[in-house]
Every structure is written in C-alpha cells, then in structure tokens.
Design a protein around this ligand. Structure first.
Ligand code: SF4
Length: 513
C-alpha cells in the first residue's frame, strides 16, 4: 500500500530539520542533551515502546529461569577464560588466520585502524565500499575518515543505512534507527535515497515497501562495490575463523560479493574454540532481539579458494585496541571486555529508556556505553556519563555474560573523583569530575557518622532548626522536594520512651548468641 497523503513541499524541510536538530544536540554537553531528549515526547514514546517490546521478547525466549542462569554461567565462564588467555589466543588467531590466507593487521589507536583500512583500499584502487554492521567502525569513525579520502562508503544494514541517510549516529547498538518513526523513515527514504537510475523512491509508509526500496538500491551496490567491510562477533583462535551474526543477509553480501573483504573488530572478541560458539551465540541472539537464532550466521575461514565460484579474493582482519589493553590491565575494570554487544543492558535501563541513545553522545549508549566510553575517551571528556545511573541494578541482572555493570559504574565514579597518586593503570582524566564543595560535604557527612557526639549535635541542630532550612538547593531541588527533618530524632524519641543505652556486657552477650 502506498500512502500519498503527504505534503511534498514540506517533506524535505522536515528531513532537514531533523538533521539540524541532531547536529544541535551533538554540540551540547551531556546534561543539556539529556534535558532536550526528555522534553521530546515523541522520542520518549519511541524509546519506552521499543525497550518494553525488546524486554518482552527476551523474556519470551528465556521461559526457564534455571536454564537461563546456567547459560549465563557458561557464557560468563567462556568470556572470562578467553580474557584470561587473551595474549596467547590473539597470537594463535593470527597464526591460524594467516595459514588460512587471511591477512591480519594490528591497530593500537582509532586513527591507526582507519589508516590501515584506507591503505588496504588504496593498494587495491578501491573507491567504493559497502559495509555490513560494525560497531567498531562506528567507534573509530571509519566512514568519516574514508569519505575524507574520497572513498564512497555505504552502510548496508537497514538501520545503519537510515542513520547514514539522516546524517546521524546510531542510537542503539543492535537497532541503530530505533529512534525514528515510520513517517520519519518514509520522508528520509523519499528525499535522500537514490535509485541506480538516479530517481528518488516513491513516498510510502508501508514497512515492506520501504524495505523493498532499500533492498533494490543496496543490491546494485553489492554488485558493483570494490570492497566490503564488516564487523566480527567472534573470532575463533584455534581454527582461524571469523563469525558474523546478522538478520538481513547484508553481512553475507558485503563479505562475499566484492573482491576484497575487510573485517574489523576489537581485540577482545577472540575465543579459543568452536565449542565456545553455541552458548555465546544463543545468549547473544536471545538477549539482543529475542530470537532463538539469527537468520544468518556466517563463518569466514579464508578468501576464495581455487575452484570456488564466489567469495572475495582477499580477506583482511584489522584488530583494534583503542584503549582495550588498558581495560585488560585494570583489575577492577577488566570485565568490561566480557561484553558481547547484545544491547540487553540498554533495553533494561530506565535512564536509557527515557533519554534515548543520542543523549549519551557516544557510539555505545546505555550502561555499557557509560562504562566503555569514559575508558576509551577519558573521564575528563566523558566522565559525566557515569552520573547517568540510578544504580538500580537492572543492567547487571540482564547482562547475559554477567558483567557487573553497576559495580563498574561505581568504580568509574570513584576514579572520576579520585585524588590518589597517578599510576600507569589510570584511566585518562582520573579525578577530573571532583568538585571541592561536593567533596567537603561528603567529608563532613563521613565525619559526622564516625563520631557519635558530632552526629548527635548535628541532628539536634537540624531537628530544632528545621523550619529555617532552605527549601531550594539548586539542581537537587529542581525536580524534587527537599524532605524536612522530623521534629525529634530517633534517639530523642527512644530516650523519651525510656529506652536507654544497653550495658556493654549485655550487648556483648547478645552478639555472641
Ligand atoms: S554489557 Fe552485557 S548486556 Fe550490555 S551489551 Fe554487553 S553483553 Fe550485552
């Protein structure tokens, strides 16, 4: 069904306005971004609806709690064992990939990773690229880099394609365009998608037609692209195999149709053996989209071999560090690297559900983004993110590989306010979120709770002078009412009721009992 009830004069303006709104949001600080997102009712509705839907789907595929917990135990163990042997596994992976004919490249920083990809493309005179979904390529801003070098880089995952057309960034790691309504997508496709004959696509709000239009455009690109770029969900060290999980078939097309395939991934994605894959795959697809299995599961073990009819002539793997070694060496923050990028933590986070992905201003939003981004970009640049958490624990409960996300967020808050001497394990920007006034208040709070007479004096003053206390305390009272202390403290009431201090020997005997 094609819908024609739209205003052609307005439609381009609306798409441009959406783009300007996103550009405006990006320039602001985290708190301003969160406030703008909270004031956007359509956005809040989209995120609340989507996260409720995804939570329900996840619940439906994990009907047996015991089975879920056993699977989580195994997933956690696999990820922890993989990290425990990470340096050895990476060496084994490189050896076996090389033996299979896959060329391995190492990149310490985001810039090096972009340069490695560009150099492979330049050596092969590749000017056009189709991309499967890859969060690491978003993390290193690969599209932007390649465009500056004059290389056309087209996203082929439907969500990523829409986000690219809109000149935005993903708002969810599994569903990048989760923030867009069908009407917004229809306008975007009509004004910005271009068919191979140069014509624009017809306006429609029919989802099947929209997907059909994108498919027709992308099919031509797969056939003509000089290279394909993809992510990697798991790299198997003992066999030299790259695994790719996807639902749209675009991953398979990007990795098989063009003559060159460049896979790009973080160094933490390696596992030892094929036997590690089924549990992680089951946890990933069930936690991410509520599917028992994804539509496609690709295993890439070599370039095209003699006698084979299809497949790329060259396969490359770029292994990206970009701060992961520092996470690996940090005893408290190392579990960050267990992540399998399923997105369940953001689907269960009440803060993410209300402010949406763009408010975080980073490739990885939600709880895992709050943990990963400050470690990659520094607490001085992204330290505010760790405050966007109520510590309700829902993310940790949902995480399929049991990453203790609330604990990691607390650790990062500690690092952000730390005055400890510098060490080589430090996250960049350590101590940058410390404010003297706030630090003094907490110091006073701690002292008051350590010394009984001081505590009693303060409560005496607060209860007796309660009517004189200020009603407005800046941001603390912007959205909540300051509680007024009771007329008498609990100690006063206990004493008034004749309940006195217990003798020391009685307390001791009760403690022993
Ligand atoms: S932290 Fe856990 S829940 Fe969040 S994306 Fe990673 S694996 Fe999934």
């Amino acid at each position: 069904m094609t819908v024609h009830n739209y205003d052609p004069a307005l439609i381009a303006v609306q798409v441009d306005n959406d783009e300007k709104a996103f550009a405006d949001l990006r320039q602001r600080h985290f708190k301003a971004r969160a406030k703008m997102s909270l004031e956007n009712e359509q956005l809040r509705g989209s995120f609340l609806g989507a996260t409720d839907f995804l939570q329900a789907k996840r619940r439906a595929v994990f009907p047996d709690t015991d089975e879920l917990e056993q699977l989580r135990d195994r997933g956690e163990a696999i990820r922890q064992q993989s990290l425990a042997q990470l340096p050895d596994l990476l060496e084994t992976l490189e050896k076996n990939l090389t033996a299979n004919g896959i060329q391995v490249h190492w990149a310490e920083t985001a810039e090096q990773a972009c340069a490695q990809v560009h150099s492979i493309l330049a050596m092969n005179n590749a000017r056009t690229v189709v991309k499967g979904k890859s969060m690491v390529s978003e993390e290193i801003e690969l599209n932007h880099y390649l465009e500056k070098q004059g290389i056309e880089c087209l996203e082929s995952d439907m969500g990523e394609y829409l986000v690219q057309l809109a000149k935005e960034m993903p708002s969810h790691i599994i569903m990048p365009a989760i923030h867009k309504t069908t009407a917004q997508i229809a306008r975007l496709m009509h004004t910005r998608a271009e068919r191979s004959d140069g014509q624009s696509v017809s306006y429609t709000e029919d989802v099947d037609e929209l997907i059909g239009n994108a498919r027709a455009i992308l099919r031509d690109k797969f056939a003509s692209a000089d290279a394909g770029i993809s992510g990697v969900n798991m790299a198997i060290a003992n066999t030299g195999t790259l695994c790719l999980v996807e639902n749209e078939g675009n991953g398979r097309m990007s990795t098989t149709a063009p003559p060159i395939h460049i896979a790009i991934t973080g160094i933490e994605k390696v596992v030892a053996d094929l036997a590690d894959v089924p549990d992680l795959l089951s946890l990933l697809t069930r936690s991410a989209t509520g599917q028992n299995i994804s539509t496609y599961f690709n295993m890439i073990s070599s370039p095209r071999r003699g006698g084979e009819l299809d497949g790329p002539e060259q396969v490359h793997l770029v292994l990206v560090d970009n701060g992961r070694s520092r996470m690996f060496n940090h005893p408290q923050l190392k579990p960050t690297l267990q992540c399998i990028r399923c997105g369940a933590c953001m689907n269960h986070c009440p803060v993410y559900a209300r402010i949406g992905g763009h408010a975080y201003g980073s490739t990885y939003p939600g709880p895992i983004g709050q943990v990963v981004t400050p470690q990659m970009q520094g607490l001085d640049k992204q330290g505010e993110l760790v405050s966007a958490c109520t510590l309700n624990g829902a993310c940790g409960d949902a995480c399929p590989v049991r990453i203790p996300l609330p604990k990691l967020i607390r650790e990062l808050r500690h690092e952000a306010n730390s005055t400890a001497p510098a060490s080589e394990l430090d996250i960049p920007g350590k101590g940058s979120q410390r404010h003297l006034g706030e630090a003094l208040i907490w110091k006073g709070w701690a002292l008051a709770h350590q010394y009984g007479p001081l505590y009693r004096s303060i409560t005496w003053v607060l209860t007796r002078g309660r009517k004189l206390l200020p009603h407005h305390l800046g941001a603390w009272t912007a959205t909540r009412t300051l509680p007024v202390p009771a007329k008498y403290s609990l100690h006063d009431l206990a004493r008034g009721a004749g309940i006195g201090e217990q003798p020391a020997n009685r307390r001791l005997n009760e403690g022993e009992a």
